[in-house]
Design a protein around this ligand. Structure first.
Ligand code: NAP
Length: 411
């Protein structure tokens, strides 16, 4: 399947190993050309060779420190107009905040907040002018669930998240999305290094610590760099309909908590939707591109009729444009016989407005509408959910009682 990103260029920072490499490989698999970076030339070249050998993409390997002015300049010289920017760098050390000096804080802020901001500043205007851009900041689940010993990380990455939430609202109009990918524990050198440190300070065997931590994850294991890369590529190819201010937690085979109408302190209208993810990764969607498209012709249940959904003013409506059985046994056009209003009982079913007054609500939902059912002559309050481009869930409710039908796209 062509995901529409083949031939584009991505800068993937800090990507000779771990999560950055996971993103780089997942993008290469979709035909994206890469600039990959890391400080250690040998490992970086090995990774570049591996990717070149596996996928037919161009790979430029820039050995530089992405947290330095010169390091970033080298990367931008290699790719001044990237379509995709994956911000990443090593994380700050763990510790006790009493021990951290102002220099420790400056280092953490530089690496995990100011470096991504500088790279965004250097690339985002070009992306906006070209009407395509995907920026992903690899941060940490500590942004949403701070951990005391990761104070430097909590602070720097939360600062980046706050900054990005502001500018993402401006860039999305030009099809430039900026998202945060907030990993939980993934099996990389970084995680293994953390276990070594805990083992050293506690005197406990590293394997025990590893098992204990893995068991604490809903999946009973850690995520892999490949799985993380898949989430990364997903965010890059997401073209439609994830509006701003959405937070999704994807958790190890548990659930996706979908929060709407989020502001700084308040989360409202929460729904829990079961999903079958096997990794532990938290995604913060700050913005994404335009809304999904519900317009078109839809086949109702059992293909009894076709309904054309189209805009009516600033809302959406749907008319019956085809009926499997348009006439009665007596060979006369079917009319709205069951309508509670006798004056309307003579109107033809074909051409009837079935759906009325739906307002967009989020990326793939339309709410506050009504659906008329000619089979019982009643009107129900209704909402529409575009499950995927060819599947529409149509919900009709009376008071608390709701029924959902699935319609299939014809055109
Ligand atoms: P990793 O496996 O240790 O890989 C880090 C990569 O970044 C390596 O390629 C490394 O290469 C490169 N790198 C580090 N500092 C760099 C710099 N200043 N300039 C350029 N490249 C640099 O780490 P990871 O697990 O993928 O972690 C990536 C980020 O996600 C880190 O910020 C980490 O704190 C965060 N994170 C990880 C997890 C997890 O469970 N793995 C969870 C939450 C957050 P060189 O050393 O050769 O430069």
């Amino acid at each position: 399947m062509d995901l529409g990103i083949s031939g584009k260029w991505a800068i993937v920072c800090a990507s000779s190993k771990g999560l950055g490499r996971g993103c780089a490989e997942a993008l290469a698999a979709e035909g994206v050309n890469l600039v990959i970076t890391a400080r250690t030339q040998s490992t970086l070249e090995e990774t570049a060779d591996h990717i070149r050998g596996k996928w037919p993409v161009e790979v430029k390997a820039i050995a530089s420190d992405i947290t330095s002015v010169n390091g970033r300049a080298e990367v931008l010289e290699a790719c001044p107009e990237p379509d995709i920017l994956i911000n990443n760098a090593g994380g700050p050390p763990t510790g006790d905040f009493h021990d951290w000096t102002i220099e420790d804080w400056q280092k953490a802020l530089n690496a995990n907040m100011l470096t991504p901001i500088e790279l965004i500043k250097a690339t985002v205007d070009g992306m906006r002018a070209r009407k395509f851009g995907r920026i992903i900041n690899i941060t940490s689940s500590a942004v949403k669930a701070p951990i005391d010993i990761l104070g430097l990380s909590n602070g720097a990455r939360a600062g980046l998240t706050g900054f990005v939430a502001g500018i993402a609202r401006k860039t999305v109009i030009d099809n430039v999305t900026i998202n945060g990918l907030l990993p939980g524990p993934f099996d990389t050198d970084r995680l293994r290094g953390n276990f070594e440190a805990v083992s050293k300070s506690s005197g406990r065997p590293i394997e025990d610590i590893r098992k204990e931590r893995a068991a604490g994850n809903p999946a009973g294991r850690f995520g892999t760099a490949e799985e993380f890369g898949a989430a990364c590529a997903f965010l890059v190819v997401t073209r439609r309909a994830i509006s701003r201010d959405r937070i999704y937690y994807w958790m190890a085979g548990l659930s996706r908590v979908h929060c709407k109408e989020i502001n700084q302190t308040k989360v409202s209208n929460m729904r829990i939707i079961a999903i079958s993810m096997t990794l532990l990764v938290t995604l913060l969607f700050i913005t994404s591109p335009a809304r999904a498209d519900v317009t078109g012709v839809w086949s109702t249940v059992e293909g009894k009729s076709h309904v054309k959904i189209e805009p009516c003013g600033d809302k959406f409506c749907g008319n019956i444009i085809w009926l499997k059985e348009p006439q009665t046994a007596a060979k006369v056009d079917k009319t709205d016989m069951k309508n509670e209003d006798p004056k309307l009982q003579g109107r033809k079913i074909l051409g009837l407005e079935l759906l009325s007054g739906f307002e967009p609500d989020g990326e793939n939902e339309w709410d506050d509408g009504t659906i008329y059912n000619p089979e019982d002559g009643k009107t129900y309050s209704s909402s529409l959910t575009l499950v995927n481009p060819t599947t529409l869930d149509v919900k009709g409710c009376v008071l608390m009682f709701c029924k959902t039908q699935t319609w299939t796209r014809v055109k």
